[in-house]
Design a protein. Structure first.
Length: 328
């Protein structure tokens, strides 16, 4: 069951869950002192799986709100959801809630974005610390001079980090202020599995996760700053697409057989400008690889190891250099 404390204005905020999820919602509207409500007025909240609180309904001070939530967490196992419409990550109350490990906080103002956040809060794992550390509202570091900048990411072989690079670059671009999309422009079908595992939000014909839009089946939008195309392995069927994009990224490993494939790949794209991203081994091995590809010296980069699909920071210097001509 779902318990919701609300002011009169937001009383219907969670009603869609009854229709779409079949959830039973008990609503209490008006003005409340949360600390008194938790400690004195309600003796048993164990049968509620979720406890949602509209901050506009509370008369407590910030300190009293934190004390009440701390007391509630000590007594009950319900997941706490805070509706804090219009507040920002840097606001003191939001920061204190996050310090108390209350991550399921809704701060959006637009109806669809509020709904998206609610569904995320109700997902299997809910919001996490990572959601707040990565800042779902991007940081607006740069101004992008163009729309629909097409970025092709391809590998010389499978399993050389092509998808990881495409995902991490998408995260970097979003954190830098871009509206960005990722397109699975290959036949691997990995996006569906990734979306299910990380509980991406399904929106019509695409997914949304932490501000980035993800498109399966070679679909893509036309109203973003950057479109990332994950081509999978470079081959005769997709090389024309690779060459036609504004930014071209070729991914390779550092094993001998991967380097052989890299030589063959660059011979097929030598008439265009491109970047080669190698997985880094050691300074000595990196220097050896760089000497082996002297003709591409200016475009060679060595990536730091990134086990996460959503780490836009670890290789941000490389990504920034690659997109430099398109940003201010």
């Amino acid at each position: 069951m779902f318990l919701y404390l609300s002011n009169n204005e937001n009383i219907g905020l969670f009603d869609f869950l009854s229709k779409e999820k079949g959830m039973v919602i008990k609503k209490l509207s008006g003005e409340f002192y949360l600390k008194k409500f938790v400690i004195h007025d309600m003796r048993n909240l164990n049968h509620y799986s979720y406890f949602a609180i509209d901050l506009k309904a509370l008369k407590d001070t910030e300190n009293e709100i934190i004390e009440a939530i701390t007391a509630f967490k000590a007594m009950y196992d319900s997941r706490i959801i805070i509706f804090a419409e219009g507040l920002k990550r840097e606001d003191e109350l939001i920061s204190r809630l996050i310090e108390e490990k209350i991550y399921n906080v809704i701060i959006s103002k637009e109806i669809q974005e509020i709904k998206d956040e609610i569904l995320k809060c109700l997902s299997h794992i809910g919001k996490t610390e990572e959601d707040w550390n990565l800042k779902e509202n991007n940081e607006n570091q740069y101004t992008f001079n163009h729309k629909n900048i097409k970025i092709a990411v391809a590998g010389v072989l499978s399993r050389v980090g092509t998808t990881t690079t495409a995902f991490n670059m998408a995260r970097f671009l979003f954190n830098s202020g871009a509206k960005v999309s990722y397109t699975e422009a290959n036949d691997c079908g990995h996006l569906k599995e990734i979306a299910a595992y990380y509980e991406f939000l399904k929106v019509e014909n695409y997914y949304r996760y932490k501000g980035v839009e993800y498109y399966p089946n070679k679909q893509f939008p036309n109203d973003v700053n950057c479109q990332i195309f994950d081509l999978g392995s470079l081959n005769k069927g997709n090389i024309a697409i690779f060459k036609s994009c504004d930014i071209k990224i070729l991914c390779s490993g550092s094993k001998p057989y991967e380097l052989i494939e890299t030589y063959e790949a660059i011979n097929s794209i030598k008439d265009v400008d491109y970047n080669i991203l190698f997985s880094s081994i050691s300074d000595e091995e990196n220097l050896k690889i760089r000497k082996s590809f002297e003709n591409s010296n200016d475009n060679i980069h060595f990536l730091k190891y990134s086990p996460s699909l959503f780490d836009g920071k670890i290789n941000e210097d490389i990504y920034r250099e690659i997109i430099n001509d398109f940003i201010t």
